[in-house]
Every structure is written in structure tokens, then in C-alpha cells.
Design a protein around this ligand. Structure first.
Ligand SMILES: Nc1ncnc2c1ncn2[C@@H]1O[C@H](COP(=O)(O)OP(=O)(O)OP(=O)(O)O)[C@@H](O)[C@H]1O
Length: 591
């Protein structure tokens, strides 16, 4: 019960704005119950006055009234149910949007910890389970309670002594509901976990289909799916079995009640203390009473099932973004591009050791700073701190001398164009993919940057040109071509600071060479921080920083570091002659 209360406290505020509609729905339910009560009483009148005596005169007036009441009931029922669906869906819409917005601000390590399929399940199944509790649940409880009170009052009004006898059996329903609720919750939680796991396995397997086929892992993948599917099947069958047991038990109790009423009724009619019409009406009220009472009992089950969803959703909502917008932000200014790391240390949440320790360096507007080092040295972590996915544990990072935590997050990210290791492609057209660098850019701007990124020629050679649809796994374009699209996107952003994380990663030497020119154009007149193992651009760099185990161990120009003969020379190895030539050429171009 405590979980239900907590879930309500958290999710009930989302109904704000729709509460008047909830009241309207309940109003419709009350009118429906009233109409139903009236029809039963009219039915009793018809039985006693028209049916028994076969009098047509006594038929017309109650029949007309019954028809009117039925029409009113139908109209109100239609309105109430349509409104209830609309309100419930609006709640789902709002809750899902809220959770989705929250998830989008969560730090990268959250997504490494949670499997994608599991998150998908939380944003779909669990969100709907909470709606079942907060909107449909509330409407259902209030409606069931009203209906039960109406029908019970009508039954008492007809024969209080008979009604009392039947109601003695009511606690049996509550007992059954209590007995089943805990076990249903367990089953429903297991089912949701298994559901998420199935989605994850399917997603991971399909996303990795090349590895599966190349290494003949189809059997293993099928086995993985089979394990999760069996867990789901077990939980789902258990849940269905429990619900069915509850249903059947209630059915039997209902039959006992109806038979009791009929038995007593027959006795009363034989003693001339009751008419047939009144007995039928009484039986009808008792019959109508069971569904709302049963719903009330089952509502307990729905509530407990929904709290499982609420707990899983709370886990997401309780995860905090690792950075927040400043409370007293500095005003936007024309950023020049001075970047400073001052004694920066950082440890990932939950990690045992620091990924960066006491890193200090600056980059001036227009400079190219290359950061290199062994794998796992902490290079990408530097870019995550500069784009403020995380804040340092010690030290401070500045942009034009302003500490990053004082800069509004949106503004900061507008000033930094990030070209991450993975080529990030949106599901959309090539035009949309480039335009997302600066929403609202004109076609002429898009074409200009595409030309600059050496992408215009291959784009226009496609049958649909800039309107060609691409996806992250698109096969129509090569890795190098996709990279050039992302370079065009970064060019369009026209941010004063550029971060390139392994720009040539995953490309063969021909493709890598094709993006060098576009990259040089992109870097010109910006502060560029390039994280790379590929040191073919090193002689161009104003400064090279060598990182090892989170520490800055060497800094200087290519020539200085080569002369020093330290770690850099081991990382760089012999510089191939061809590359040297290419660097010379491009240096001339730069001048
Ligand atoms: N989310 C995380 N949680 C804990 N530790 C992490 C996390 N991400 C990275 N690390 C650790 O931080 C260290 C630095 O990682 P980083 O990705 O910055 O290295 P890198 O130099 O960019 O490596 P590579 O060249 O292979 O991309 C590594 O030891 C890594 O294991």
C-alpha cells in the first residue's frame, strides 16, 4: 500500500489540467448508474403490472420511460467512455514525454548501465501501467464505488432483510483479492523485466548481425532469445493463471449469492410477501452489484501490478543529470574560442580510479591542439568534460576565461562543434542531416558546406540528391562519405570551438585521405582540439599534448616532441614519406 501511495504522490500531479475532465467522466458514470437503476425499477413495474396481467394499457407508459432512460444512458455512456479514453491517452502522452525529456539529459554512463530494450519497455509498457493506475484506476474506483452504492441502496430499498443476507457474503471478495494481489505483482514485475530483456536481445542481435553471421553465432543468439522468451513465458503464464484463478473463484461466489437470492425469493413469493417483478428487480440489482464490487477487488490487483511499473520508472526519474544549468548564468557573449583546462581531475561515477588527473593546458582562438596517447589514456574524457557531459571532480575548465558551470548549457553547446568517433547519422534526408548543424539554414548554405566538405559531388550523383534518405546503418553511402556529411554539419554549425575525436577512425587510408582536406577547411580559424592516434596531421598542429594514464606527460610542437625522443616518438613511430609529402602540400595550401 505504501508503494501505491508513493506512486500516486509522484504521478498524480501529472493529471493537473485534466481533473475537470475526470470529474466530468465520473458525472457520466453516476448518470449511467442512475439510468440503469431506473430501468431495473421500470422492468419490475412492467413485470408486475403489464406482463403478469397481460395488459397492454399498463405497458406503454413504463416502456416509453424505459426507452427514454436507455437512450440517455447510451448517450452518457458514450460520452463518458470517449472522454475517459481521451484523458487516459493524454496522461500517457504527458508522462512519456516527461520521462523521455528526462532521459535525454542523463549522462552517458546511464546508457551504458541500462540496456536499450529495457529502457524501451519502461517508456512503453510501464508508462501505460501507471496510466492504468492513476487515471483509469481512479475513474474506475470512483465509478465502481458509485455504482455499487446505487445498486446496494436500491436492493436495500426493495428488501433490506434479503439484501442483508446476500451482503454477508461480500467479504469473501475482499479476502480473495488480498490473497492474490502480492503474487500478481511479483508475476507482473517478472513479466515486465523479461519483456525488456527480449527487446534488448532482439535489438542487440539485429544490431550485431554481421558479427553473428561472420562467427556463426546464430545458435548462441537464438539460445539467448530462447532463455529470455522462456522466462517471459513462465511469468506470463503464472500471471494469467493467478488472474484466472481469481476470476473463477469470484464466479463461484457469485453463483452462491444468486442461488441464495432465488431460494429466499421463491420462499417469499410462496408466502405472498413479494411479487415476481420485485424479486426479479432485486436479483437484477444484486447481479449488477457484482461487476463493480468485482472491479473494486480487481482494482487492487491492477494497482499492485502498476506499482511494479512505477518502481521501474522511478529508477529512471531518480537518475540525475550529471550537470545542471547555472542558477546565475553569465550573459551570452561573442565567443572567441579560448579554451582552458586548469588542474582538471575527473573520476567517472562509480569508477575506482581517476580517468584524468591534474590536467592543465590552454588553446587559443584558431589554434590546432592535438591530444594523443595510448588507448584508455583519457583522451575522449577530455572532450566529454569540455562539452560538459560531466563536470570535473577537481579543477576548472574555462571558455574565454568563463568557468563552464557559469555558462548556460545550450549556449555552451552552440559554441562547440563536436565530431565524435562514431559517425552520428539521423534517420532522415541528407539535407536534414546537414541542417541539424544549424536548424533553419538555407539550401544555399547547405550546399556551400557540402561543397566545402567534398560531399556535394557524391550527393548530387545520387538519384534523389540531397533528398536521399539515410540511416545510421545506411548502405548506400560509404563510411567516408557519411563522415563528410557530418563534417558538413559541423561546418554549418560555425562554432568557434571544434572537437574532433578520432576523425579518421574506421576509415581506410583512401577514405581517410579524402576527409583530410574537408577537415582542414573545417578547422581553419577555429580553436580545434583533435583527439587522435593518427598523427598524420601532427606537423600541422600548433601544440601536441600527450596523455598517459590520465596525466599530461608531454606538450610541445611536433618538432619539439620528436627532438625530445620521449613517449610521443614511441606513439608516432616513423612518419611515412608519403604522408610527409602530403603534409607539405597541404601546408602550402594553408598558407
Ligand atoms: N563510463 C565510464 N565509467 C567508468 N570508467 C570509464 C567510463 N568511460 C571511460 N572510462 C575509463 O576512463 C579511462 C579513459 O577513457 P577514455 O575513453 O577517455 O580513453 P581514450 O584515451 O579516449 O581511449 P581510446 O583511445 O581507446 O578511445 C579508461 O580507463 C576507461 O576505462
Amino acid at each position: 500500500m505504501r508503494e501505491v501511495r508513493e506512486a500516486f504522490r509522484r504521478f498524480w500531479p501529472l493529471t493537473r489540467g485534466d481533473r475537470k475532465w475526470l470529474l466530468a467522466i465520473i458525472g457520466c458514470v453516476v448518470v449511467s448508474a442512475l439510468a440503469e437503476t431506473a430501468s431495473i425499477l421500470l422492468f419490475a413495474e412492467l413485470t408486475d403490472n403489464a406482463l403478469k396481467s397481460g395488459s397492454l394499457d399498463a405497458f406503454w407508459s413504463p416502456a416509453g420511460a424505459w426507452l427514454a432512460v436507455a437512450a440517455l444512458g447510451a448517450l452518457v455512456g458514450y460520452l463518458g467512455n470517449s472522454l475517459a479514453t481521451w484523458t487516459a491517452e493524454r496522461f500517457v502522452l504527458r508522462l512519456r514525454a516527461g520521462v523521455f525529456r528526462h532521459v535525454q539529459d542523463l549522462p552517458p554512463h546511464f546508457f551504458q548501465k541500462h540496456r536499450q530494450g529495457d529502457l524501451v519497455e519502461r517508456l512503453t509498457g510501464d508508462v501505460e501501467a501507471i496510466e492504468q493506475m492513476v487515471v483509469s484506476g481512479v475513474v474506475g474506483t470512483v465509478s465502481a464505488a458509485f455504482s455499487a452504492v446505487f445498486y446496494a441502496a436500491a436492493a436495500f430499498w426493495l428488501r433490506w432483510d434479503l439484501a442483508l443476507v446476500t451482503f454477508v457474503l461480500a467479504p469473501l471478495f475482499l479476502l480473495a483479492a488480498r490473497r492474490f494481489s502480492g503474487r500478481v505483482r511479483e508475476a507482473s514485475q517478472d513479466e515486465r523485466v523479461a519483456d525488456g530483456a527480449i527487446t534488448s536481445v532482439v535489438e542487440e542481435s539485429l544490431g550485431n548481425v554481421v558479427l553473428t553471421q561472420a562467427y556463426n553465432r546464430q545458435g548462441d543468439e537464438a539460445g539467448r532469445l530462447d532463455r529470455e522468451a522462456r522466462a517471459w513465458m513462465k511469468a506470463s503464464v503464472r500471471g494469467a493463471r493467478l488472474s484466472e484463478m481469481y476470476e473463477q473463484f469470484v464466479e463461484v461466489v457469485e453463483t452462491v449469492c444468486v442461488l441464495t437470492v432465488i431460494g429466499l425469493g421463491v420462499w417469499e413469493i410462496s408466502a405472498d410477501r413479494m411479487t415476481l417483478g420485485r424479486l426479479l428487480a432485486f436479483a437484477a440489482f444484486i447481479g449488477y452489484l457484482y461487476p463493480p464490487v468485482r472491479n473494486l477487488g480487481q482494482l487492487g490487483l491492477t494497482l499492485t501490478a502498476a506499482t511494479a511499473g512505477a518502481q521501474r520508472l522511478n529508477e529512471i526519474l531518480d537518475a540525475q543529470p550529471s550537470v545542471a544549468d547555472p542558477t546565475a548564468p553569465v550573459r551570452a557573449w561573442p565567443v572567441r574560442g579560448w579554451v582552458g583546462f586548469h588542474g582538471v581531475s575527473f573520476r567517472y561515477p562509480g569508477a575506482t580510479r581517476e580517468s584524468l588527473a591534474d590536467v592543465t593546458f590552454t588553446a587559443s582562438p584558431g589554434e590546432l591542439v592535438i591530444i594523443t596517447g595510448a588507448s584508455g589514456a583519457g583522451k575522449s574524457t577530455l572532450s566529454k568534460l569540455l562539452t560538459r557531459f560531466y563536470d570535473p571532480s577537481a579543477g576548472v575548465i574555462t571558455l574565454d576565461g568563463v568557468p563552464l558551470p557559469d555558462v548556460p548549457l545550450d549556449f555552451l553547446r552552440e559554441q562547440i562543434a563536436l565530431l565524435p568517433q562514431e559517425t552520428l547519422i539521423l534517420n532522415g534526408t541528407i539535407r536534414e542531416n546537414i541542417e541539424c548543424g544549424r536548424p533553419g539554414a538555407t539550401d544555399a548554405d547547405i550546399e556551400r558546406v557540402a561543397r566545402s566538405a567534398a560531399a556535394h559531388a557524391f550527393i548530387t550523383a545520387l538519384p534523389e540528391g540531397y533528398d536521399t534518405r539515410i540511416t545510421p546503418v545506411t548502405a548506400t553511402l560509404s563510411g567516408g562519405q557519411l563522415k563528410r556529411i557530418t563534417i558538413a554539419r559541423a561546418m554549418l554549425r560555425a562554432a568557434p570551438v571544434l572537437i574532433l575525436d578520432e576523425p579518421t577512425a574506421g576509415l581506410d587510408s583512401v577514405a581517410a585521405r579524402q576527409i583530410v582536406q574537408p577537415l582542414r577547411r573545417l578547422m581553419s580559424s577555429r580553436t580545434t582540439i583533435m583527439i587522435t592516434h593518427d598523427l598524420s596531421l601532427a606537423p600541422d598542429a600548433d601544440r601536441i599534448l600527450v596523455v598517459d594514464e590520465g596525466r599530461l606527460v608531454e606538450a610541445g610542437s611536433h618538432a619539439e616532441l620528436v627532438a625530445r625522443g620521449g613517449m610521443y616518438t614511441r606513439l608516432a613511430g616513423p612518419v611515412p614519406r608519403v604522408l610527409e609529402g602530403r603534409v607539405e602540400d597541404t601546408l602550402v595550401l594553408r598558407v
